[in-house]
Design a protein around this ligand. Structure first.
Ligand code: TXE
Length: 490
């Protein structure tokens, strides 16, 4: 079946084909079509026409919500198949992929509900003759560019609010993991999305993402991915003053005070960083530990990290899968080499696994690195892999300073039994999400996004819908008459 969906038709496109690789063993398990320049033009034109002259932007919000509910039902109907494909494509465990499908379903249901409640507002002008209202209208044609770590989840955070708000979309998933995005578009089609409202183009960032970001008929680009790509998209969008929302990763502190239960800390520190082999924008990569706990914690983390079972994401005994690609593996090897060269101490992992069954895949052992300095590359840059670094502090002030000593600001956590201290640290951290005595949960009703170079918009929650809306003020003077300013000529 063709992989591109343009103007309500599945089509092969003119950009040739590309192989999709299973990161578990580097085998090719699917071939997909690629978009050419004319496909980019056709997809934007279809989305433009569907927005300018089609029924979708004017469809009552309740009906738009009903379509999103149907998609949620279909996601649950096809949950096992979607989860299996996500695991083959990304390498993550099937358990994680199933959780992703449930989370995606919840996001569709959340925006289905919010669509019906989003009414704009009346503003009291103090003049009974004037009705002043702020109404919410869709932005227009939205390009949604997504990464490879949570292909389906990241797409749902964009496509569900974009459609709820009445926009039309062109989706550009990562070339590394395109398959579940195609499956989602099939479900949107089955749920009854009108022609041209949803389009999907597969292909590389350079050949498909970049022309979409520059296109004069596109009103908005929403992007999740790496910092350098986000900066390129912002520059490209500047020419036509498009709205841009970017989520660009993190270097997330996980701060632990010594009054926290030891087993709770160990267990959660490992989960925070090694889920999905650390390829999570909010991963707790920087563990920042109070002195008294430091040495015991490093020893125990190393012991437990060495026992994490790597394997095929489809096997139920597997605790962690491979990295997504050879390029990502090479990047991680380079980070560990640089940490060693700069004098850090690798206390667990630091190499590829030795098991023959894992040799062909993009595996790397969960790695714990101690004795780090703040100027090391491994501390400063987003690693996006199974690397946990451990820093130490003596005072609350120092913990906060370390937590904020990064150009990123996506997420962070503080662990302590002292509620007052927990609140002080949570408020002082310059990160978009802060967990107290937890790490990782997110929730469709609460905003997600970054401070500083982690990004400039919010996904999820009511603000995640507002990103895809224009807020228009309508001033209605019900008793018009002369204004009386220029009366000299009367
Ligand atoms: O992402 P890219 P890459 C980080 C992580 C990772 C690094 C690079 O540190 O190691 O980014 O990963 C499309 N115009 N994150 O290179 O390039 C591309 O096709 C328009 C953080 O794989 O940012 C894909 O669809 N689009 C992260 C998407 O951008 C372009 C998740 C993301 O790819 C483009 C993933 C261009 N010029 C990686 N170039 C997170 N924040 O969750 C590429 N793309």
């Amino acid at each position: 079946m063709p992989s591109l969906f343009i103007d309500g038709q599945w089509t092969s496109g003119s950009g040739g084909s590309a192989e999709v690789v299973n990161p578990f063993d580097a085998s090719v398990f699917e071939t997909v079509d690629q978009a050419g320049p004319d496909d980019v033009e056709r997809a934007v034109a279809a989305a433009r026409a569907a927005f300018d002259t089609g029924p979708w932007p004017g469809t009552p919000v309740g009906e738009r919500g009903a379509l999103l509910h149907r998609v949620a039902d279909l996601l649950q109907r096809d949950k096992e198949e979607i989860a299996r494909v996500e695991t083959l494509d990304t390498g993550k465990t099937l358990v994680e992929s199933r959780i992703d499908v449930d989370d995606v379903t919840a996001v569709f249901r959340y925006y289905a509900g919010l669509a019906g409640k989003d009414t704009g507002r009346l503003v009291d002008t103090g003049n009974p003759a004037v009705v002043s209202r702020v109404v919410h209208e869709p932005v227009g044609v939205c390009v949604l560019i997504t990464p490879w770590n949570y292909p389906l989840l990241q797409l749902s955070w964009k496509v569900a609010p974009a459609l709820a708000a009445g926009n039309t979309v062109v989706i550009k998933p990562s070339e590394v993991t395109p398959l579940t995005s195609v499956l989602l578009v099939r479900l949107l089609e089955e749920a009854g999305a009108p022609r041209g409202v949803v389009n999907i183009l597969l292909g590389e960032g350079r050949t498909v993402g970049a022309p979409l970001s520059e296109h004069p008929d596109v009103d908005m680009v929403s992007f999740t991915g790496g910092l350098a790509t986000g900066q390129a998209i912002m520059r490209a969008a500047a020419t036509t003053v498009k709205r841009v929302a970017v989520e660009l990763g993190g270097k997330n502190p996980n701060i632990v005070f010594a009054d926290t239960d030891f087993e709770t800390v160990v267990d959660n520190a490992l989960t925070a960083v090694f889920l999905h082999a650390g390829q999570v924008c909010s991963a707790g990569t920087r563990l920042i530990v109070e002195d008294a706990l430091h040495d015991d914690l490093v020893a125990e983390l190393a012991r437990r990290a060495d026992r994490i079972r790597l394997g095929n994401g489809l096997d139920k005994d597997t605790e962690s899968g491979p990295l997504v690609s050879a390029a990502q593996l090479a990047k991680i090897e380079d980070f560990v080499a640089s940490a060693r060269a700069e004098g850090a101490r690798v206390v667990a992992g630091g190499h590829r696994p030795e098991e023959p069954g894992l040799r062909n895949g993009f595996f790397y052992r969960p790695t714990v690195i101690a004795d780090v300095r703040r100027d090391m590359r491994v501390i400063r840059e987003e690693t996006f892999g199974p690397i946990l670094t451990v820093e130490r502090f003596t005072s609350e002030e120092e913990a906060i300073a370390l937590g904020n000593d990064t150009e990123y600001g996506l997420s962070g956590a503080v662990w302590t039994g002292d509620a007052g201290r927990a609140e002080r640290v949570a408020r002082a951290l310059r990160h978009g999400t802060v967990w107290i005595n937890d790490f990782g949960p997110y929730f469709p009703g609460a905003e997600w996004g970054g401070f500083k170079r982690s990004g400039n918009g919010r996904e999820l929650g009511p603000t995640g819908l507002a990103e895809y809306q224009e807020h228009k003020h309508i001033w209605h003077n019900t008793q018009p008459g002369p204004a009386g300013w220029f009366t000299g000529g009367v």
